[in-house]
Ligand binder design. Structure first.
Ligand code: HEM
Length: 195
């Protein structure tokens, strides 16, 4: 399989980034929804604290891979949608993809901003290997301002994550529609071994 995208298929780098980011986002949505609330870091349960550090580490990995993904997309041709698709469907597919690109950057960025505003002010222990620094915007703010900013960014993070929870099934439904109803090559463009 070619490393770069061709005129008809995504290459191995684009596929690796697509499927790794997809898997990590699904894991992180599950962790975000099912882990008990950390109450801004004040939970007395050390296991829960560690589990949220895993959530943050996965999210920061998604952010790094997503930056690479956007850069890779900018320097690679994108396989076109089939000519048989009408303009409305093409617009829907491309608009969903564009919003998903925004979300894979904005969700982890909002989480990182929220964590940086925490009144605890501790860096994220990235998979317990090294400290991933906080964003500097909240340095020097008093505790009330930090608590308010943390809450505001928590709401933004949750709203963005919920947008992904709605859009990902639409994106998957679109791929399945191509594969099983239109029976064209759109889904195969992103599947390993089908070039
Ligand atoms: C793939 C990226 C990410 C996804 C899909 C994701 C998803 C979620 C979801 C669904 C929630 C629960 C929201 C709710 O209250 O309904 C959540 C909470 C949270 N996320 Fe993320 N997140 C991501 C990245 C990050 C990053 C990068 C950080 C920080 C570095 C982070 C920190 C947090 C924190 C601190 C909470 C709330 C913990 C509490 O309950 O106090 N997230 N996330």
């Amino acid at each position: 399989m070619a490393i770069r995208n061709s005129a008809t298929h995504y290459g191995s780098v684009a596929m690796f980034l697509h499927w790794t980011i997809a898997l990590l986002i699904i894991i992180n949505i599950c962790l975000g929804l099912f882990l008990p609330d950390l109450h801004g870091g004040a939970s007395a349960n050390p296991n829960l604290f560690a589990q949220w550090q895993i959530h943050k580490s996965i999210g920061l990995t998604v952010l790094s891979l997503s930056v690479l993904r956007v850069l890779w997309r900018l320097i690679n041709p994108v396989p076109p949608l089939p000519a048989t698709m009408n303009a409305g469907l093409k617009f829907l597919a491309r608009a969903t993809q564009f919003i998903l690109y925004v979300l894979i950057l904005a969700i982890p960025l909002s989480g990182w901003t929220m964590a940086s505003a925490s009144r605890l002010g501790i860096a994220t222990p990235y998979f317990f290997l090294f400290d991933w620094p906080n964003l500097p915007f909240f340095n020097g703010m008093d505790v009330h301002a930090r608590v308010a900013a943390h809450e505001q960014w928590e709401n933004i993070h949750a709203a963005l994550a919920w947008s992904a929870i709605v859009l990902i099934p639409l994106h998957v439904a679109g791929a399945l529609y191509h594969q099983f109803i239109r029976r064209d090559d759109v889904m195969k463009q992103m599947l390993p071994g089908s070039a």
